[in-house]
Design a protein around this ligand. Sequence first.
Ligand code: ZN
Length: 140
Amino acid sequence: MIEKDFLQSLSPEQKQKMIQMLMEDTTEESEFIAPSSPDDDSVDHSDSPKNKVAARVNDDFTVSREEQQNGRQAVRARENRWEDDGIEHMDIETPDVKRTARNRSKPGKKRVECHVCGKTFSVNPTLAFGEYHRCNKCTG
Ligand SMILES: [Zn+2]
């Protein structure tokens, strides 16, 4: 699964490069790892495809490659690459316990008089504030 995720995280150019590296069978890794140098802010390369990829070795020796954010970037939706493979929360089992009884009392109603037509009607007390109430017919 890790390999699959890793491959999906690669852009087509990166995959091409990786294939080249595998074909050449060299141990030259520096070609794949871009140096993480601070960029100058004078040039606007928010849309340029030359975003550098910084490789970072995590504590568990997995390598994560992140696109470096070059200053400001337009906010836009990207492709959602997540797939529901059923692996999430596989270890969690629903405990077989007795369900809690749904015995909460009904919400209390308040009888108020419509000040337009004079009929009395019931409303939720949280909605009945003030002195002048309108029934559903007279609300318009
Ligand atoms: Zn009314």
